[in-house]
Design a protein around this ligand. Structure first.
Ligand code: GLA
Length: 667
């Protein structure tokens, strides 16, 4: 059965929590939703305590009225299972289901996600309420999608209790079958960590010294799988009782969360959805939006996805919560559409007056409709309506960027050569110049089929198994262009160092051999031939077939190559053995792209983002001006600007300062 969203066009809405308000307010809610062009809202996300006031006793009367009201007003519902917030009665009955942190402290209820992911009592209670909801609302005409749980793992990705320890051992037995294999994989001969009995194995709780890296890495894999199994169980219950509606759960692909291996999760979702929030300290958060959007679209297998949450203005969970600048709300939302979102939603519909998120922005702010946010929200509804035909269009990229949660987790374990090396920072530093040049990018798993790409970039792939390493190097051997960042290929899937010189798995393809690493101190720089500088990392690279493109002229390794190029098979393999400054890295990637024959989707003035979505009969060119100066950009003949409906006769489109245009170009 195809489980696609039955809401037409680009869906628009937000989390709707009517239980926070007296019922008199609801009529105004739906009236204003209609005014804003809202087509779908997520309901019931945190309603468990009201839906099931005591164990096995249900009160669906309020939910019945909410869903009927929405339906009567032509607004669809993405109905949530409320399992992210178990009620207080549950924890009084099952105190053993409370999570334990890595210091052994049992955490309390009184917030949300205060449960142990491996708790049998939690699982039973969650499946029970999910089943009740599914049976009651399977045929409700408002319900078009299931929103399973909310942001799995946001607050309870790791629980160190004894129940979790037992579940971890079950997971380890399935992975290793016997203790010899586990001892070998974990390198437990080191520091007398050898295990003779499965029951000796515990979660990586606080210890005085550094934990065993493979123990910690397997723990992270287990924690992601434990939550995935909860998702699958809930989805199973929903599918059985209510097979017609697609199921999703909202991911948190972005800068502040990395607990789940979403490559393993995404195939289990009928529609991939994501939550994205700006960081107040990021002066170019438009690049973060693009990066996360490309990654989410890639998780969705290239198909359109759903932006389940973002904010109209400030959030409430950063040290200082910055409101958005004029026109930023529109740019942000349409930039997500440009990256493949077929639905745009906010947390939340009406700003709360009480509770933990009372200072979080919303579609309908505390100030009411006489506010800039409300005007922007209404205008965005009209924009999204004008973009209805964009729905279903996809993206085509010639460049793949390798992204891997295992590699990220392993790189960020303690006791590395440098704790300054962060996976996302490296990926972003390579992604930025591509973004500025308007080069379309997909993200791929290291073992992905690479045959449709010209260029594959692996900015940070510390851990890689043999098969994936061969996948990448074969791509170069067969004529592709591969560029690899420093400290990649260093360890195998068990976190064992690949011997014989660095960068282990990629040495031969890159035509280099490093015998020692020289990470730089914070703030330290090394000069490069050609004028740039390098920071963060250097290593004593020796050429073994490759040519030096750039070398150090200062720092710990004068005269040593910093960037190399190797003709490998019928392709090319580049090694970027440091972090060049932004200009140098941009020039380098420009050259790599040019040699690989990769072109921009459109050449635009600096600061004007260009993204292409491809439909069956037309391309949709999104141009977003982040610089605030406006631009004239060439477009195809017979193009139409969709937001205004204007035909573009002159072969160019005007992007207003700080504005967005979406141009339909016939194929
Ligand atoms: C997350 C949650 C929402 C809300 C927002 C606030 O994304 O899913 O319930 O807490 O954060 O930014």
């Amino acid at each position: 059965m195809s489980r696609s969203l039955s809401v037409p066009g680009i869906a628009y809405g937000g989390d709707y929590n009517p239980e926070q308000w007296p019922e008199e307010v609801w009529a105004e809610d739906v009236r204003l939703m209609r005014e804003a062009g809202v087509t779908m809202v997520s309901v019931g996300i945190f309603s468990w305590a009201l839906l099931e006031p005591s164990e096995g006793v249900y009160d669906f009367s309020r939910m019945d009225r909410v869903l009927d009201l929405l339906h009567a007003n032509g607004i669809a519902a993405d109905l949530a299972t409320p399992t992210a917030a178990p009620p207080a009665w549950f924890f009084r009955a099952h105190p053993e289901a409370l999570p334990v942190d890595h210091d052994g402290r049992t955490l309390s209820y009184g917030s949300r996600q205060t449960f142990c992911p491996s708790s049998p009592a939690y699982r039973a209670a969650a499946l029970r309420i999910a089943g009740e909801l599914a049976r009651r609302y399977a045929d409700h005409p408002a319900v078009v999608m299931w929103h399973v749980h909310n942001e799995y793992g946001c607050h309870n990705a790791e629980c160190h209790c004894d129940t979790s320890a037992a579940a971890f051992r079950v997971w380890l037995r399935a992975r290793y079958e016997n203790l010899d294999a586990l001892n070998d994989a974990w390198g437990t001969a080191f520091w007398s960590q050898w295990y003779y009995d499965w029951d000796e194995i515990i979660p990586p709780r606080s210890t005085g010294a550094v934990p065993n890296p493979t123990h910690r890495l397997d723990w992270r894999r287990f924690c992601s799988d434990a939550l995935l199994s909860l998702y699958e169980a809930e989805r199973g219950v929903l599918r059985k009782a209510a097979p017609a509606q697609p199921a999703t759960t909202n991911f948190m692909v972005g800068h502040s969360f990395d607990a789940l291996d979403y490559w393993r999760w995404a195939p289990e979702l009928d529609i991939v959805s994501n939550d994205h929030y700006l960081r107040s300290t990021d002066p170019e958060s438009q690049i973060d939006i693009a990066l996360s959007g490309d990654l989410v679209r890639s998780l969705a297998g290239g198909r359109p996805w759903f932006l389940m949450e973002h904010s109209t203005g400030a959030v409430n969970w950063q040290p200082v919560n910055r409101a958005k600048n004029p026109r930023e709300l529109r740019r942000n939302a349409l930039a997500h559409v440009a990256r493949g979102a077929d639905g745009i939603a906010y947390f939340q519909w009406r700003a709360a007056k009480a509770g933990a998120e009372q200072w979080h922005s919303a579609m309908l702010p505390h100030a009411g409709t006489d506010s800039r946010i409300w005007q922007d929200v209404v205008a965005l509804g009209a924009d999204l309506k004008a973009l209805a035909e964009v729905r279903g269009s996809t993206a085509a990229a010639e460049v793949a960027v390798v992204w891997d949660w295992d590699a990220k987790w392993a790189l960020e374990l303690p006791s590395q050569p440098s704790d300054q090396v962060r996976h996302l920072d490296l990926v972003r530093s390579w992604y930025e110049p591509l973004w500025r040049s308007g080069i379309a990018v997909d993200f791929v798993r290291p073992d992905a089929d690479l045959s449709s790409y010209r260029l594959v970039l692996a900015p940070s792939l510390y851990l890689v198994d043999d098969e994936s390493a061969a996948n990448l190097t074969d791509f170069a051997a067969r004529g592709g262009t591969l560029a690899v960042g420093f400290h990649s290929g260093a360890v195998d899937e068990n976190c064992h160092v690949r011997l014989g010189g660095y960068p282990g798995a990629f040495r031969e393809a890159l035509g280099v051999r490093t015998d020692e690493l020289f990470p730089l101190l914070p703030g330290e720089k090394a000069d490069l031939t050609g004028g740039g500088t390098a920071s963060l990392w250097t290593e004593r690279v020796r050429l073994a077939g490759a040519r030096a493109v750039t070398s150090y002229t200062s720092g710990p390794l004068p005269g040593v190559p910093a960037v190399t190029r190797h003709a490998y098979g019928t392709g090319t393999a580049w090694y970027v053995a440091t972090l060049p400054d932004a200009g140098t890295l941009a020039a380098l990637l420009d050259r790599v792209c040019a040699e690989a024959g990769v072109a921009s989707v459109r050449v635009t003035p600096e600061g004007v983002e260009a993204v292409l979505r491809r439909g069956e009969a037309a391309d949709y060119l999104f141009l977003v001006d982040h610089r605030g100066a406006g631009a004239e950009v060439p477009v195809a003949a017979d193009a139409v600007e969709l937001l205004t409906g204007e035909p573009l006769k002159g072969g160019t489109v005007t992007v207003p300062p700080g504005g967005v245009v979406v141009v339909r170009e016939p194929r």
